[in-house]
Design a protein around this ligand. Structure first.
Ligand code: BJW
Ligand code: ZN
Length: 252
């Protein structure tokens, strides 16, 4: 039995003209993609200092590539879960009414797009794309043969790297700007499957709340921003979201 959400949230979503959802790694957990900060999460076994910043990459690109190549392989083999699908259904329902929906995601796995979501702002990039570590070259995933040699840029010859945002790096300007803009102008904001400790992404629900939106969090445990939101729904997104979206879209 999934955790209960309030009638107030259902009513708010039914009448909302602008909805923003921030998602994090927890949304993909039920697809089999590891989260970062849970027990047994990625940061439990691997060190962000050695893997998720530019200096670490320059120091040991073989190690960083080996880790990202493994994660790319995991992600290619998984499928969207009912939580991803429910968010795509909510978007379709709002769009049919000419209302707006933005899915702001910290996830790099591309599962929201594969589930059918359209209006997505990827704040931390996409692990299935690569880019040059020096110039502006970007490419959709190339099949990396890491056993031979590290991939290099066809334009300048320097190392290619995954197109993700590491600690200390700026987020993509358009996506971040638009995310903050829509967060500050929405009626309802959902924060789903994120510990909400990483900034500036965590500003999305915080700014939405400060601007007067009704903010609800869906997570199996409280997050860093639980105390600031209107409603905390303790549960898995793959269980809560389908029920919530059905209650909003199917009832009259
Ligand atoms: C379920 C579930 C289920 C489980 N259903 N839920 C001090 C204060 C404020 C900010 C800073 C600071 N010091 C440094 C900063 C800035 C830093 C930051 O925020 N650090 C904090 C950690 C302290 N931020 C940055 O550096 C960002 N850039 C930036 O600020 O640029 C400007 C600047 C530049 C230079 C100097 C200063 C400023 C960039 C952040 C990049 C984050 N990158 C990563 C890796 C991406 C690539 C990759 O995938 O390898 O992004 S780190 C990692 O954390 C990843 C995630 O997107 C991100 C957020 O994690 P998320 O998604 O919340 O996952 P978890 O694991 O934390 O949580 C999962 C949740 O799901 C849990 O709560 C579970 O309970 C739940 N869950 N099962 C629903 N079934
Ligand atoms: Zn280059």
């Amino acid at each position: 039995m999934p955790a209960a959400f309030s009638n107030r949230l259902v009513e708010r979503l039914k009448t909302a003209r602008r909805v923003v959802v921030l998602t994090g790694a927890g949304v993909s957990a039920e697809s089999g993609v590891p989260t970062f900060r849970d027990k047994d999460g990625l940061w439990d076994k691997f060190s962000p200092a050695e893997l998720a910043n530019f200096d670490a990459f320059m120091k040991n690109p073989e190690l960083v590539w080996e880790w990202y190549h493994w994660r790319q392989t995991v992600i290619k083999d998984v499928r969207p879960n009912p939580g991803h699908v429910a968010l795509a259904e909510l978007e379709a329902w709002l769009t049919r009414k000419d209302h707006s929906f933005y899915l702001v995601t910290q996830n790099v796995d591309g599962l929201h797009r594969r589930a059918g979501s359209k209006c997505i702002l990827e704040l931390h990039g996409n692990i299935l794309r690569n880019k040059c570590s020096v110039c502006n070259f970007k490419t959709d995933a190339i099949d990396l043969q890491l056993s031979e040699k590290l991939p290099t840029c066809p334009d300048c010859g320097k190392l290619l790297r995954p197109d993700v945002v590491w600690f200390g790096e700026m987020l993509p300007e358009f996506e971040l700007g638009r995310a903050m803009e829509v967060a500050s102008a929405c009626d309802v904001c959902l924060s789903v499957g994120t510990s909400a400790v990483v900034y500036p992404a965590a500003f999305v629900p915080v700014n939405a709340r400060n601007a007067g939106a009704y903010v609800a969090e869906i997570n199996p445990e409280p997050s860093a921003i639980s105390h600031t939101v209107d409603e905390v729904i303790l549960g898995k997104s793959g269980e809560v979201l389908p029920h919530l979206v059905t209650a909003v879209t199917k009832a009259s």
